[in-house]
Design a protein. Structure first.
Lengths: 106, 106
DNA sequence: TATATTTGCAACCGATTGGTTTCTTAAACA
DNA sequence: TGTTTAAGAAACCAATCGGTTGCAAATATA
């Protein structure tokens, strides 16, 4: 099964998990408390997130703390870069149009 | 069927289509020429992209030109913002560690 | 007008998805 | 030691996905 980060963030529950553990590591049980779903389903989501290296585990006794591999998120940012250039240019163009209208009003 | 942009960009073919039409509008036939798939399957992808308003159509005779709604891409960027703050902070911390090591070497 | 071209839509298919239930393993604790 | 708790793995299920084939509608062209 080929997993990538785009597939990982496609699911809304997974996006919520990512946000949840972005700032502090959490156990599967603690994560599951935040959703209307079973612990096992959260466990499955964590497996997918682990498979595409978006998440890292730290065992502590019988508990496992999951935290976000924040650097991995940059891959999405990197992909967005190609479009960022375009939408900034488009914004510049809109800016020009607006200032032209302003000038005409004078 | 609830569609959102994250589901739209989960598929690699759709991401390629998005990149392809980011700079210039194209017809479904022209788009399909770039992939090892049927025109109908590209048509399906375009329908999904249209449903979540990532793409706009412009009819020209019997041809339909599809182009990217670049502004919509900002939604992904917006979602990334919460993490950007974190990874920039982490980078600052790494920066501090590195400069500390530098000082110790002196 | 008859024919060719461009496109979307519906029906179908195998694979995958997200979820549940059940079971097992391992650690903590009485 | 026996019990409780935390977690992953396996088996199953309905729904969805991405793809194909076949067809219909609309426009262009001879």
């Amino acid at each position: 099964m080929r997993r990538d980060i785009f597939q990982a963030i496609a699911d809304p529950t997974r996006r919520a998990i990512i946000t949840l553990i972005a700032l502090q590591a959490m156990t599967p049980n603690a994560i599951a408390d935040n959703f209307n779903t079973t612990r096992q389903s959260v466990s499955k989501h964590l497996r997918i997130l682990t498979e595409c290296e978006l998440v890292k585990q730290e065992q502590q006794g019988r508990e496992i703390y999951y935290s976000l591999e924040i650097q991995k998120m940059k891959e999405v940012d990197k992909w967005l870069n190609q479009f960022r250039k375009i939408w900034e240019t488009r914004f510049d163009q809109l800016d020009k149009v607006l200032s032209t209208i302003k000038k005409q009003k004078k």
